[in-house]
Design a protein around this ligand. Structure first.
Ligand code: NDP
Ligand code: 8X3
Length: 262
């Protein structure tokens, strides 16, 4: 069964890819894209029902393991990633995608719980997952880490404050990983998208569907699949090629504050 799935998949070479935040948006689109290529997948997120449904659907194409944890739960992150079944133990590619913005407002008025969520999820969560996986990559002297940053990690825009800070941290961490893991032959890349139409705005605006929808009106935003295609491209380059950083924007967007809406 295992071999049958992948017989014709030249690119994947049976690599195992772990994607955090696979229950929605970019993570889910990436899981679907990589499944069609026969990559073995470890998919994580908090919404267990979504993980189960995704596993059921993608298992027709490849082998899938789901792990249900909050990236903020340091102990559970380590426990989950250090007790992987034999067939999924060696992680070749880590996609650090889980994250969100919580709120959009002036820094003096914003909710302190939102500050903490963004730092705890986007920064500390990414570090916990990476720390649990990097040692095995170092031991094998191979591996590839792709961090999902943001244009918000390159520019600071009004009311973006702590989300921007968390993504600037992802930018710094990505650069630091590339330096510190360089001697071990590990590739580290970072994708910094502009506006992508996902559940991101629904989370940012705390379930206000109308407000979330309006973010993507009047122009064609990037779709989660566009980022999934880029991730697929990055992780299928020859071993000597590391795409270090990509800023990817909808055509209608020029920078963090310039968006052409019809
Ligand atoms: P979505 O809201 O659609 O997806 C976010 C994913 O992250 C979900 O699968 C969610 O899973 C997971 N996640 C969030 N919090 C946690 C947590 N505490 N523990 C575990 N998993 C968590 O948004 P996107 O797909 O757009 O976002 C993916 C990444 O892309 C994020 O890092 C975001 O910052 C970044 N990004 C998004 C852009 C956009 O415009 N959409 C642009 C630039 C970057 P669950 O809730 O099940 O735990
Ligand atoms: C998500 C894109 O512009 O809302 O990181 O910060 S933006």
């Amino acid at each position: 069964m295992y071999f049958w799935y992948n017989k014709s998949k030249k690119n994947s070479l049976m690599k195992t890819v772990l994607i955090t935040g696979a229950t929605s948006g970019i993570g889910m689109a990436t899981a679907k894209r990589l499944a069609t290529e026969g990559f073995k997948l470890i998919l994580t997120g908090r919404r267990e029902a979504r993980l189960t449904a995704l596993k059921e659907s993608l298992s027709k194409q490849t082998e899938v393991l789901t792990l249900n944890f909050d990236v903020r739960d340091k102990e559970l992150v380590f426990k989950s990633l250090q007790s992987l079944p034999e067939a999924f133990k060696n992680i070749d590619v880590l996609i650090n995608n889980a994250g969100n913005a919580h709120g959009l407002g002036p820094i003096d008025q914003a909710d302190i719980d939102d500050f903490e969520s963004m730092i705890d999820i986007n920064v500390k969560g990414l570090l916990y997952v990476s720390k649990a996986i990097m040692p095995q990559m170092v031991a094998r002297k191979s591996g590839h880490i792709v961090n999902i940053g943001s244009i918000a990690g390159k520019e600071v825009y009004p009311n973006g404050n702590v989300y921007c800070a968390s993504k600037h941290a992802v930018d710094a961490i990505s650069k630091a990983m590339r330096i510190d893991l360089n001697a071990h032959g590990i590739r580290v890349g970072e994708i910094n998208p502009g506006l992508v139409e996902t559940e991101f705005s629904l989370v940012r605006f705390k379930g206000d569907a109308q407000k979330a929808k309006s973010v993507y009106e009047g122009y064609k935003a990037l779709q989660a699949k566009d980022i999934a295609d880029l991730i697929h491209f990055m992780i299928t380059r020859p071993a000597h090629v590391n795409i270090a950083e990509v800023l990817i924007l909808p055509t209608a967007q020029a920078n963090a504050v310039t968006l052409h809406k019809e």
